[in-house]
Design a protein around this ligand. Sequence first.
Ligand code: FAD
Length: 355
Amino acid sequence: MSVVSSIQSDVDLSPYNTFALAAKAKHFVELKHAEDIKELIAWVGSKQLPWMVIGGGSNLLLLEDFSGLVIVNKLRGIEVSDDAETYTIKAAAGEDWHQFVQWTVKQGMPGLENLALIPGTVGASPVQNIGAYGIELANVCSEVEFYSLLTNSMQTLSSKQCKFAYRDSIFKAQLKDQVVISKVTFKLSKSWLAKRDYGGLQQLAEDVSAQTVFEEVCRMRISKLPDPKVLGNAGSFFKNPLVSQQHLSSLLSRYPEMPNYPASKGQTKLAAGWLIDKLGLKGYSIGGAAVHQDQALVLVNKANAKASDLLALCRHIRQQVWQSFNVLLQPEVRFITHSGEIEPSTVLGKPDAAE
Ligand SMILES: Cc1cc2nc3c(=O)[nH]c(=O)nc-3n(C[C@H](O)[C@H](O)[C@H](O)COP(=O)(O)OP(=O)(O)OC[C@H]3O[C@@H](n4cnc5c(N)ncnc54)[C@H](O)[C@@H]3O)c2cc1C
Protein backbone atom coordinates (compact mmCIF):
# COMPACT_ATOMS: atom_id res chain seq x y z
CA MET A 1 0.00 0.00 0.00
CA SER A 2 1.35 3.43 -0.92
CA VAL A 3 2.32 5.66 2.02
CA VAL A 4 0.35 8.48 0.36
CA SER A 5 -2.88 6.63 1.16
CA SER A 6 -2.06 6.92 4.88
CA ILE A 7 -1.89 10.75 4.79
CA GLN A 8 -4.54 12.23 7.11
CA SER A 9 -6.15 15.69 6.95
CA ASP A 10 -6.62 18.46 9.53
CA VAL A 11 -4.80 16.76 12.38
CA ASP A 12 -4.48 18.46 15.78
CA LEU A 13 -0.78 18.92 16.56
CA SER A 14 -1.15 19.62 20.29
CA PRO A 15 0.02 16.08 21.21
CA TYR A 16 2.99 16.51 18.84
CA ASN A 17 4.56 19.63 20.40
CA THR A 18 5.72 19.83 24.01
CA PHE A 19 4.31 23.37 24.45
CA ALA A 20 0.97 21.60 23.76
CA LEU A 21 -0.06 24.52 21.54
CA ALA A 22 -3.21 24.02 19.51
CA ALA A 23 -2.34 24.10 15.80
CA LYS A 24 -3.53 21.89 12.97
CA ALA A 25 -1.65 20.22 10.15
CA LYS A 26 -3.53 20.35 6.85
CA HIS A 27 -1.86 17.02 5.96
CA PHE A 28 -0.19 14.60 8.37
CA VAL A 29 1.62 11.29 8.09
CA GLU A 30 3.66 8.97 10.32
CA LEU A 31 6.90 7.88 8.66
CA LYS A 32 7.65 4.23 9.49
CA HIS A 33 9.86 3.19 6.55
CA ALA A 34 12.80 5.22 5.22
CA GLU A 35 11.93 4.06 1.66
CA ASP A 36 8.69 6.08 1.90
CA ILE A 37 10.46 9.45 2.21
CA LYS A 38 10.99 9.73 -1.55
CA GLU A 39 7.30 9.17 -2.28
CA LEU A 40 6.18 11.69 0.35
CA ILE A 41 8.56 14.34 -0.95
CA ALA A 42 7.35 13.70 -4.53
CA TRP A 43 3.74 14.06 -3.29
CA VAL A 44 4.34 17.47 -1.65
CA GLY A 45 6.34 18.52 -4.73
CA SER A 46 3.46 17.63 -7.09
CA LYS A 47 1.04 19.66 -4.94
CA GLN A 48 3.58 22.45 -4.27
CA LEU A 49 2.96 22.15 -0.54
CA PRO A 50 5.32 23.05 2.29
CA TRP A 51 6.43 20.13 4.49
CA MET A 52 8.24 19.62 7.76
CA VAL A 53 9.49 16.79 9.94
CA ILE A 54 8.52 16.58 13.59
CA GLY A 55 10.33 14.25 15.98
CA GLY A 56 9.19 14.76 19.57
CA GLY A 57 8.15 18.39 18.92
CA SER A 58 10.26 19.49 21.91
CA ASN A 59 12.00 22.38 20.19
CA LEU A 60 9.10 23.96 18.33
CA LEU A 61 6.90 27.01 18.70
CA LEU A 62 3.93 26.43 16.39
CA LEU A 63 2.68 29.94 15.63
CA GLU A 64 -0.35 28.90 13.54
CA ASP A 65 -1.91 26.03 11.59
CA PHE A 66 0.48 24.39 9.13
CA SER A 67 -0.76 24.43 5.54
CA GLY A 68 1.36 21.55 4.21
CA LEU A 69 2.43 18.03 5.19
CA VAL A 70 3.74 17.25 8.67
CA ILE A 71 5.87 14.08 8.65
CA VAL A 72 6.14 12.60 12.14
CA ASN A 73 9.28 10.51 12.34
CA LYS A 74 8.58 6.99 13.61
CA LEU A 75 11.59 5.23 12.06
CA ARG A 76 12.81 2.57 14.50
CA GLY A 77 15.78 0.24 14.85
CA ILE A 78 19.24 0.05 16.41
CA GLU A 79 22.29 -1.83 15.03
CA VAL A 80 25.52 -2.36 16.98
CA SER A 81 28.97 -3.49 15.86
CA ASP A 82 32.32 -3.19 17.57
CA ASP A 83 36.07 -3.59 17.28
CA ALA A 84 38.82 -3.62 19.91
CA GLU A 85 38.44 0.09 20.66
CA THR A 86 34.97 1.25 19.76
CA TYR A 87 31.26 0.48 19.74
CA THR A 88 29.55 1.68 16.57
CA ILE A 89 25.82 2.19 17.06
CA LYS A 90 23.44 3.10 14.23
CA ALA A 91 20.09 4.34 15.52
CA ALA A 92 17.05 5.12 13.41
CA ALA A 93 15.92 8.75 13.57
CA GLY A 94 12.54 8.08 15.20
CA GLU A 95 14.01 6.35 18.27
CA ASP A 96 13.23 8.23 21.48
CA TRP A 97 16.47 9.95 22.53
CA HIS A 98 16.29 9.30 26.28
CA GLN A 99 15.25 5.65 25.89
CA PHE A 100 18.13 5.19 23.45
CA VAL A 101 20.63 6.70 25.93
CA GLN A 102 19.23 4.50 28.72
CA TRP A 103 19.52 1.42 26.51
CA THR A 104 23.19 2.09 25.59
CA VAL A 105 24.12 2.54 29.26
CA LYS A 106 22.29 -0.69 30.21
CA GLN A 107 24.09 -2.57 27.42
CA GLY A 108 27.45 -1.50 28.88
CA MET A 109 28.19 1.00 26.08
CA PRO A 110 28.93 4.22 27.98
CA GLY A 111 29.39 7.68 26.48
CA LEU A 112 25.89 9.15 26.15
CA GLU A 113 24.91 9.23 29.85
CA ASN A 114 25.45 13.00 30.27
CA LEU A 115 22.79 13.56 27.59
CA ALA A 116 20.11 11.61 29.47
CA LEU A 117 16.55 12.91 29.70
CA ILE A 118 16.80 15.37 26.81
CA PRO A 119 13.36 15.06 25.19
CA GLY A 120 12.92 14.30 21.49
CA THR A 121 14.23 11.88 18.92
CA VAL A 122 17.59 10.59 17.74
CA GLY A 123 16.97 12.21 14.33
CA ALA A 124 16.71 15.72 15.76
CA SER A 125 19.83 15.38 17.91
CA PRO A 126 22.27 16.47 15.16
CA VAL A 127 20.04 19.33 13.98
CA GLN A 128 20.89 21.60 16.89
CA ASN A 129 23.83 19.53 18.16
CA ILE A 130 22.14 18.82 21.48
CA GLY A 131 24.23 19.30 24.56
CA ALA A 132 24.10 19.05 28.33
CA TYR A 133 26.37 18.44 31.33
CA GLY A 134 29.59 19.06 29.41
CA ILE A 135 28.88 16.89 26.34
CA GLU A 136 27.54 17.74 22.89
CA LEU A 137 26.29 15.38 20.24
CA ALA A 138 29.35 16.40 18.18
CA ASN A 139 31.55 14.52 20.68
CA VAL A 140 29.87 11.16 20.03
CA CYS A 141 28.30 11.32 16.57
CA SER A 142 30.29 9.93 13.66
CA GLU A 143 27.81 10.06 10.75
CA VAL A 144 24.33 11.27 9.84
CA GLU A 145 22.26 9.61 7.11
CA PHE A 146 19.43 11.48 5.40
CA TYR A 147 17.28 11.77 2.33
CA SER A 148 18.43 14.83 0.41
CA LEU A 149 15.98 16.90 -1.60
CA LEU A 150 18.96 18.35 -3.47
CA THR A 151 19.92 14.99 -4.99
CA ASN A 152 16.69 13.02 -4.44
CA SER A 153 18.72 10.26 -2.82
CA MET A 154 20.00 8.99 0.52
CA GLN A 155 23.29 10.57 1.60
CA THR A 156 25.70 10.39 4.51
CA LEU A 157 27.74 13.16 6.10
CA SER A 158 30.62 12.64 8.51
CA SER A 159 30.54 14.44 11.83
CA LYS A 160 33.04 16.97 10.48
CA GLN A 161 30.88 17.65 7.43
CA CYS A 162 27.91 18.30 9.73
CA LYS A 163 29.67 21.53 10.87
CA PHE A 164 28.56 21.12 14.46
CA ALA A 165 28.79 24.22 16.66
CA TYR A 166 26.99 25.47 19.76
CA ARG A 167 23.30 24.53 19.12
CA ASP A 168 24.06 24.59 15.42
CA SER A 169 24.86 22.39 12.43
CA ILE A 170 24.70 22.28 8.66
CA PHE A 171 21.08 21.10 9.06
CA LYS A 172 20.13 24.56 10.36
CA ALA A 173 22.12 26.33 7.61
CA GLN A 174 22.98 25.10 4.09
CA LEU A 175 20.81 21.97 4.41
CA LYS A 176 17.87 23.61 6.19
CA ASP A 177 14.58 22.26 4.76
CA GLN A 178 16.57 20.02 2.40
CA VAL A 179 16.85 16.79 4.39
CA VAL A 180 14.92 14.13 6.22
CA ILE A 181 17.37 12.54 8.65
CA SER A 182 16.86 8.77 8.79
CA LYS A 183 19.76 7.44 10.89
CA VAL A 184 22.52 8.66 13.21
CA THR A 185 25.74 6.73 13.86
CA PHE A 186 27.53 7.00 17.20
CA LYS A 187 31.10 5.92 17.99
CA LEU A 188 31.60 5.22 21.68
CA SER A 189 35.11 4.53 22.93
CA LYS A 190 35.71 1.35 24.97
CA SER A 191 38.29 3.24 27.02
CA TRP A 192 35.54 5.36 28.53
CA LEU A 193 36.20 7.93 31.20
CA ALA A 194 33.35 9.61 33.02
CA LYS A 195 32.90 13.24 32.01
CA ARG A 196 32.25 14.84 35.37
CA ASP A 197 33.84 18.29 35.18
CA TYR A 198 30.46 19.99 34.76
CA GLY A 199 28.66 21.53 37.76
CA GLY A 200 26.75 18.97 39.80
CA LEU A 201 28.79 16.01 38.55
CA GLN A 202 32.07 17.16 40.09
CA GLN A 203 31.34 15.49 43.42
CA LEU A 204 31.15 12.03 41.78
CA ALA A 205 34.06 9.65 42.42
CA GLU A 206 36.71 9.27 39.73
CA ASP A 207 35.77 5.61 39.21
CA VAL A 208 32.03 6.30 39.00
CA SER A 209 30.01 4.04 36.66
CA ALA A 210 28.15 5.31 33.60
CA GLN A 211 24.93 4.08 35.23
CA THR A 212 25.55 6.34 38.25
CA VAL A 213 26.32 9.34 36.02
CA PHE A 214 23.11 8.59 34.08
CA GLU A 215 21.08 8.45 37.32
CA GLU A 216 22.67 11.62 38.68
CA VAL A 217 21.98 13.55 35.46
CA CYS A 218 18.35 12.34 35.53
CA ARG A 219 18.01 13.30 39.19
CA MET A 220 19.38 16.81 38.61
CA ARG A 221 17.30 17.39 35.50
CA ILE A 222 14.09 16.21 37.19
CA SER A 223 14.77 18.52 40.15
CA LYS A 224 15.46 21.54 37.91
CA LEU A 225 13.35 21.29 34.76
CA PRO A 226 9.57 21.11 34.39
CA ASP A 227 8.26 17.90 32.82
CA PRO A 228 6.60 18.89 29.51
CA LYS A 229 3.95 16.20 30.12
CA VAL A 230 2.86 18.15 33.20
CA LEU A 231 3.69 21.76 32.23
CA GLY A 232 4.09 22.54 28.51
CA ASN A 233 7.53 23.88 27.61
CA ALA A 234 10.35 23.48 25.11
CA GLY A 235 13.34 23.52 27.48
CA SER A 236 15.69 26.50 27.17
CA PHE A 237 13.78 29.06 25.15
CA PHE A 238 16.86 31.22 24.42
CA LYS A 239 20.44 30.38 23.50
CA ASN A 240 23.19 31.53 25.82
CA PRO A 241 24.47 34.75 24.22
CA LEU A 242 28.05 35.32 23.09
CA VAL A 243 29.72 38.67 23.79
CA SER A 244 33.11 40.26 23.03
CA GLN A 245 35.81 40.73 25.72
CA GLN A 246 35.15 44.47 25.68
CA HIS A 247 31.43 43.98 26.25
CA LEU A 248 32.15 41.45 29.01
CA SER A 249 34.47 43.90 30.83
CA SER A 250 31.80 46.59 30.78
CA LEU A 251 29.17 44.13 32.08
CA LEU A 252 31.49 42.83 34.83
CA SER A 253 32.19 46.36 36.02
CA ARG A 254 28.46 46.65 36.79
CA TYR A 255 27.74 43.01 37.69
CA PRO A 256 30.95 41.42 39.05
CA GLU A 257 29.04 38.25 39.94
CA MET A 258 27.81 37.66 36.35
CA PRO A 259 28.59 34.05 35.28
CA ASN A 260 30.66 33.84 32.08
CA TYR A 261 32.40 31.04 30.21
CA PRO A 262 35.13 31.16 27.56
CA ALA A 263 33.83 30.37 24.06
CA SER A 264 35.46 30.09 20.64
CA LYS A 265 36.93 33.00 18.63
CA GLY A 266 37.85 34.98 21.76
CA GLN A 267 34.21 35.42 22.72
CA THR A 268 32.53 34.77 26.07
CA LYS A 269 29.28 32.93 26.69
CA LEU A 270 26.84 34.43 29.20
CA ALA A 271 24.07 32.52 30.97
CA ALA A 272 20.79 33.73 29.43
CA GLY A 273 18.87 32.37 32.44
CA TRP A 274 20.97 34.49 34.82
CA LEU A 275 20.24 37.67 32.82
CA ILE A 276 16.48 36.99 32.87
CA ASP A 277 16.54 36.07 36.55
CA LYS A 278 18.53 39.21 37.42
CA LEU A 279 15.64 41.27 36.00
CA GLY A 280 13.22 39.58 38.39
CA LEU A 281 11.27 37.95 35.58
CA LYS A 282 10.87 34.47 37.12
CA GLY A 283 7.14 33.78 37.27
CA TYR A 284 6.32 36.79 35.04
CA SER A 285 3.36 35.95 32.80
CA ILE A 286 1.49 37.25 29.77
CA GLY A 287 -1.83 35.57 29.05
CA GLY A 288 -1.37 31.84 29.57
CA ALA A 289 2.41 31.96 29.07
CA ALA A 290 4.91 32.44 31.89
CA VAL A 291 8.59 32.41 32.74
CA HIS A 292 9.04 29.29 34.87
CA GLN A 293 9.22 30.24 38.54
CA ASP A 294 12.43 28.29 39.19
CA GLN A 295 14.09 28.24 35.74
CA ALA A 296 14.25 31.67 34.12
CA LEU A 297 15.36 30.23 30.79
CA VAL A 298 12.26 28.07 30.42
CA LEU A 299 8.98 29.58 29.19
CA VAL A 300 5.91 27.53 30.02
CA ASN A 301 2.34 27.08 28.88
CA LYS A 302 0.79 27.77 32.27
CA ALA A 303 -2.87 27.99 31.32
CA ASN A 304 -4.00 27.28 27.75
CA ALA A 305 -1.43 29.70 26.33
CA LYS A 306 -1.75 30.85 22.75
CA ALA A 307 1.31 31.19 20.54
CA SER A 308 0.69 34.97 20.67
CA ASP A 309 1.10 34.89 24.50
CA LEU A 310 4.48 33.16 24.14
CA LEU A 311 5.52 35.62 21.43
CA ALA A 312 4.56 38.61 23.60
CA LEU A 313 6.44 37.14 26.56
CA CYS A 314 9.48 36.45 24.40
CA ARG A 315 9.41 40.06 23.09
CA HIS A 316 9.13 41.45 26.61
CA ILE A 317 12.11 39.43 27.86
CA ARG A 318 14.24 40.42 24.86
CA GLN A 319 13.34 44.06 25.40
CA GLN A 320 14.23 43.99 29.10
CA VAL A 321 17.51 42.12 28.57
CA TRP A 322 18.47 44.45 25.72
CA GLN A 323 17.80 47.58 27.76
CA SER A 324 19.67 46.38 30.84
CA PHE A 325 22.60 44.46 29.38
CA ASN A 326 22.77 45.52 25.71
CA VAL A 327 22.52 41.82 24.84
CA LEU A 328 20.09 40.54 22.20
CA LEU A 329 18.75 37.11 23.15
CA GLN A 330 18.19 34.69 20.28
CA PRO A 331 15.57 31.96 20.61
CA GLU A 332 16.84 28.38 20.60
CA VAL A 333 13.29 27.19 19.88
CA ARG A 334 12.30 26.96 16.18
CA PHE A 335 9.46 29.26 15.08
CA ILE A 336 7.01 27.57 12.68
CA THR A 337 4.36 29.42 10.63
CA HIS A 338 1.72 28.08 8.20
CA SER A 339 4.39 27.59 5.54
CA GLY A 340 7.38 26.47 7.58
CA GLU A 341 10.15 27.77 9.77
CA ILE A 342 10.90 31.49 9.93
CA GLU A 343 13.71 33.54 11.41
CA PRO A 344 12.40 34.57 14.86
CA SER A 345 13.41 38.20 14.21
CA THR A 346 10.75 38.35 11.45
CA VAL A 347 8.02 38.25 14.08
CA LEU A 348 9.91 39.51 17.12
CA GLY A 349 11.45 42.61 15.57
CA LYS A 350 14.39 44.35 17.21
CA PRO A 351 14.05 45.70 20.74
CA ASP A 352 13.79 49.50 21.12
CA ALA A 353 16.46 51.51 22.90
CA ALA A 354 13.84 52.52 25.45
CA GLU A 355 10.44 50.91 25.97
C1 FAD B 1 12.30 19.93 29.13
C2 FAD B 1 13.23 20.09 27.97
C3 FAD B 1 14.60 20.04 28.18
C4 FAD B 1 15.50 20.19 27.11
N1 FAD B 1 16.83 20.11 27.37
C5 FAD B 1 17.71 20.24 26.36
C6 FAD B 1 19.11 20.14 26.62
O1 FAD B 1 19.55 19.93 27.74
N2 FAD B 1 19.96 20.28 25.57
C7 FAD B 1 19.51 20.50 24.30
O2 FAD B 1 20.34 20.60 23.39
N3 FAD B 1 18.19 20.58 24.03
C8 FAD B 1 17.28 20.46 25.03
N4 FAD B 1 15.94 20.56 24.76
C9 FAD B 1 15.48 20.83 23.38
C10 FAD B 1 15.06 19.56 22.59
O3 FAD B 1 14.85 18.48 23.45
C11 FAD B 1 16.11 19.18 21.55
O4 FAD B 1 16.28 20.23 20.63
C12 FAD B 1 15.73 17.90 20.78
O5 FAD B 1 16.81 17.45 20.00
C13 FAD B 1 14.52 18.11 19.88
O6 FAD B 1 14.12 16.84 19.41
P1 FAD B 1 12.71 16.62 18.77
O7 FAD B 1 12.68 15.26 18.20
O8 FAD B 1 11.66 16.94 19.76
O9 FAD B 1 12.72 17.70 17.61
P2 FAD B 1 11.51 18.58 17.08
O10 FAD B 1 11.18 19.63 18.08
O11 FAD B 1 10.42 17.70 16.60
O12 FAD B 1 12.20 19.29 15.82
C14 FAD B 1 13.24 20.23 16.01
C15 FAD B 1 13.78 20.65 14.64
O13 FAD B 1 14.48 19.55 14.06
C16 FAD B 1 13.89 19.19 12.81
N5 FAD B 1 13.91 17.72 12.73
C17 FAD B 1 13.46 16.85 13.67
N6 FAD B 1 13.65 15.58 13.25
C18 FAD B 1 14.21 15.67 12.01
C19 FAD B 1 14.63 14.71 11.04
N7 FAD B 1 14.52 13.39 11.25
N8 FAD B 1 15.14 15.16 9.88
C20 FAD B 1 15.27 16.49 9.64
N9 FAD B 1 14.91 17.44 10.52
C21 FAD B 1 14.37 17.04 11.69
C22 FAD B 1 12.47 19.73 12.85
O14 FAD B 1 11.95 19.95 11.57
C23 FAD B 1 12.68 21.02 13.64
O15 FAD B 1 13.17 22.04 12.80
C24 FAD B 1 15.01 20.41 25.80
C25 FAD B 1 13.62 20.44 25.58
C26 FAD B 1 12.74 20.29 26.65
C27 FAD B 1 11.26 20.31 26.40
